[in-house]
Design a binder for this molecule. Sequence first.
Ligand code: ADE
Length: 224
Amino acid sequence: MRIDIITLHPGLLESPFSHSIIKRAIEKKLAEVNFINLRSYGTGNYRQVDDAPFGGGAGMVMCIEPIARCIEELKSARQYDEIIYLTPDGDLLNQATANNLSLLDNIILLCGHYKGIDERVRELFITKEISIGDYVLSGGELPAAVLCDSVIRLLPGVISDETSALTDSFQDNLLAPPVYTRPAEYNGLKVPDVLLSGNAKQIEEWRLARSIEKTKTKRPDLLA
Ligand code: ADE
């Protein structure tokens, strides 16, 4: 199995892959794990990868172009079974998900930072969104490491007794609304007009509506 991890902080990922079972799995070539530094795909002299959110608000949003360039380059070299975004509003990681992922050949993991990634990255590229729990970490690197660990240990030959792996077992209760940053249009996909309107009240209402909609769809238990 090949896992390509797109990250702004490859150093954060090194340790979990340099020890114990996971290290041995990589040495035995049962798993191949590559860290791809998103900064190399940034724009301009400063290799910019993030920008202020359309519609205003705190924090920065990771831009679509560097991520698109990076993913397109990877996809031009091989086929991927899944392109996974680690995010607190993804599906909760559980053993069934780890089992299913361990059957795949090639996957990409995208680690987010700041206030999130431009929503269009999710629309265009992401096939699966995974959370490791209902708490917010500083970025997707630690969750990616958790996900990799849960998957790699299931690969045949990684744990010596093959059966042993088989015998193992937020503030307002709303998920965050979609976020967008420049460009206002990408490959025909437009940022919702309301976010470009400058009308703070409408933007707030739109965000609340999207938050409620998203929470109803993805985590109705939070509203119960
Ligand atoms: N990024 C930030 N927090 C996260 C979480 N709990 N799970 C997955 N990715 C995240």
